[in-house]
Design a protein around this ligand. Structure first.
Ligand code: FE2
Ligand code: FE2
Length: 351
């Protein structure tokens, strides 16, 4: 009799390490769905699912199986998936069984059966990625960064971050893809940019004596504030209508202008910090209406780009197999990344 290897529950990261014809199963949240038609005119779906380890794109063919376990008293019996069932899955937690296939030399992931889980027992928020740094740690860092500023800037930042804006800022993602696209991602990214920008300001102040570190800190903390209006997270990161048609730089400047007026920020500080918000993407073709024109804006823009590129490196190399050191082409960063043999060794030691 042939031996049957039981399929273990697995996560997204481990599925990406499987070879063609290997089976997998796991519990994930559905991030996105796209209906397509195969060469025989039958519908199929491209489904993106995620867990805390990452996201996976897979195909769901029209002959996929379906189980409904959304309520405990439902008699659980297998069925064929229907279009209305699959269309209701965005943001829901599902159990998946699937198989890896080789399609023209590329690995493809097929979901053969989908189980709609009981959403109370399996809350979607638990299956959505969030920052690896615990939220209380991030909040403490935010507080001490604000406290490091001189009173007029500290009080303004407190007026922003203590209220509803601050609560939204702490839970928002920094994007829907590309970088920090998870709960608390905006806070994690903004703090990394601020730490890095503050270190640069402290270094360069010996040469550029007029450099204002507190303006750097305020600009760095607030540079992406518009993302709280541009993205929602319920439970998966999605772009809002204002985000799609106005974008976070315009939304952020409008919010900053209102908050600065409410807090009676001086016109000089309003201009300096507002300039950082508008110029932080560094180039007009990247969405900034003006280029960084001050020492402080140059520093924040450089720190923002660095944090984005570093995240792209981590994102690109995380799924490399042992012995691999060049990543797949990373579209957002427009390059392949390299994890050297020495870094492989250090990563293994730290796990
Ligand atoms: Fe930005
Ligand atoms: Fe940013």
């Amino acid at each position: 009799m042939p031996t049957v290897t039981p399929v273990r529950m697995t996560n997204v990261s481990d599925i990406k390490k499987l070879s063609a014809s290997e089976a997998f199963k796991g519990i994930f949240v559905v991030n996105g769905l796209l209906k397509k038609t195969d060469k025989n005119g039958r519908p199929y779906w491209e489904m993106t699912v995620s867990d805390q380890r990452g996201s996976l794109n897979a195909k769901v063919w029209s002959d996929a199986g379906w189980w409904d376990r959304s309520t405990p008293d439902l008699e659980s019996k297998p069925d064929m998936l229907t279009e209305s069932q699959i269309n209701s899955l965005k943001g829901k937690v599902v159990g998946i069984t699937g198989k890896v296939a080789d399609f023209r030399g590329q690995l493809q992931y097929n979901f053969n059966a989908i189980t709609l889980m009981n959403q109370e027992k399996y809350p979607p928020a638990q299956y959505v990625a969030h920052s690896e740094i615990p939220l209380p740690v991030l909040k403490e860092r935010l507080e001490s960064m604000i406290d490091s500023c001189r009173p007029e800037i500290r009080d303004f930042l407190k007026s922003v971050f203590d209220g509803e804006t601050g609560r939204a800022f702490c839970s928002a993602p920094a994007a829907v893809s590309n970088h920090h696209a998870y709960a608390h991602g905006l806070l994690e990214h903004s703090l990394a940019v601020t730490d890095s920008a503050k270190a640069m300001a402290d270094t360069y102040r010996d040469i550029y004596h007029s450099l204002d570190t507190d303006v750097v800190v305020a600009g760095a903390l607030l540079h992406d504030i518009g993302k709280i209006y541009a993205y929602s997270i319920s439970p998966i990161p999605e772009i809002t209508l204002p985000g799609a048609v106005l974008d976070h730089i315009a939304l952020g400047y409008a919010a900053f202008d209102r908050l600065a007026c409410e807090a009676n920020l001086t016109s000089d500080l309003k201009l300096q910090i507002g300039h950082i918000l508008l110029s932080h993407h560094g180039q007009k073709e990247f969405g900034s209406p003006v280029l960084p024109a001050t020492l402080e804006a140059l520093i924040v823009s450089a720190a923002d780009e660095l944090d984005f590129r570093l995240f792209c490196w981590k994102d690109a190399v995380k799924d490399l197999l042992p012995g691999q050191n060049i990543s797949a082409f990373h579209f957002a960063a427009q390059r392949r990344f390299w994890r050297s043999a020495a870094q492989n060794g250090r990563d293994e030691e730290s796990e």
